[in-house]
Ligand binder design. Structure first.
Ligand code: NAY
Length: 288
């Protein structure tokens, strides 16, 4: 399960329906052009929190059908509705996904006991492994070393997608849990995380920048830090332009320039203005 995983985008049409062909094209582009090791399906980048249970299932099915066994697949099933999360966990396990992942429960200020119960409930009765999805900036949920340790006591919890700039905690986690999988979640910090020996990374920008990300990761692993730093610099030039223009919308438009029908974002996300569309195309021309 080690390596680089694209946080997969989903293609939606103007009405917000799944564009199956577009989604298949995004999958193929990631495998054949970006050459990532795996796909992280229905994460933030997949606009997971904006779609219905049925749409989530449809996406899981289409992606598995398109991928077959070519790359590893992680399914993000986390939901404030624990019944939905459990149902999706069973669904993707039956489909043959390699692991599930679940975002920490957010919005209500759950205490740690509740968070722990959420994970144990999702895993009850389902024969799969789980990666915790920790993203404090969006969820407001920060866990400390001991709390991660307590979650890791459940042997089915095999790792964490660590999307935070806290490199002290990341180093402590790596040191304390050498056998758990740690994935870096911020693409702009990939080199720094790789130096701390993470097992892989999961990122939205890998949809268009997978090859550079892979270079950063493998160069860092073999101690070639100067070379990795150069590629991280270009990557961060790209990421800052993407962030300034609109993250998911710009990546989608960049994919469109490559003949991949990545489509539109779902409401309430807004579409790019004409000016920003042109900007997205010029970013693609510059970096792809
Ligand atoms: C997800 O589930 O799609 C992710 O969390 C992937 C990680 C990304 N985080 C978000 C919130 O999009 O790749 C990062 C991020 O977009 C990138 O580093 C730019 O900041």
């Amino acid at each position: 399960m080690k390596g680089l995983y694209t946080a997969l985008m989903c293609s939606f049409d103007e009405q917000g329906n799944i564009n199956e062909q577009g989604l298949r094209e995004i999958v193929r582009y990631n495998i054949e052009v970006s050459e990532v090791d795996g796909l992280y399906v229905n994460g933030s980048t997949g606009e997971n929190f904006l779609i219905s249970t049925e749409q989530k299932k449809q996406i899981f099915e289409i992606v598995k059908d398109e991928v077959g066994d070519r790359v590893k697949l992680m399914a993000q099933v986390g939901s404030l509705n624990v019944d939905e999360a459990s149902e999706l966990a069973q669904f993707v396990t039956d489909l043959g996904y390699d692991a599930i992942s679940a975002v920490t429960p957010f919005y209500y200020k759950f205490d740690f006991e509740e968070i722990k119960d959420y994970y144990n409930t999702i895993l009850e009765g389902v024969d799969t492994k789980l990666i915790i999805y920790s993203i404090p900036a969006l969820t407001g949920v920060s866990m400390n070393l001991e709390q991660f340790g307590e979650l890791f006591e459940n042997e089915k919890i095999i790792g964490v997608k660590f999307t935070a700039p806290d490199f002290y905690l990341l180093e402590r986690l790596r040191h304390a849990y050498p056998d758990k999988l740690i994935y870096s979640g911020f693409d702009e910090m990939l080199l720094s995380a790789s130096v701390l020996n993470v097992d892989g990374a999961i990122g939205s920008t890998f949809n268009v920048n997978g090859k550079r990300a892979k270079q950063i990761f493998t160069l860092a692993q073999s101690g070639r830090i100067d070379e990795a730093r150069e590629i991280q610099k270009v990557t961060n030039d790209l990421i800052s332009e993407i962030l300034e223009n609109g993250l998911y919308q710009t990546i989608k438009e960049m994919l469109e320039t490559q003949g991949v029908h990545a489509g539109y974002v779902r409401k309430p996300m807004k579409r790019l203005s004409e000016e920003k569309l042109l900007k997205a195309r010029s970013i693609a021309e510059k970096y792809l």
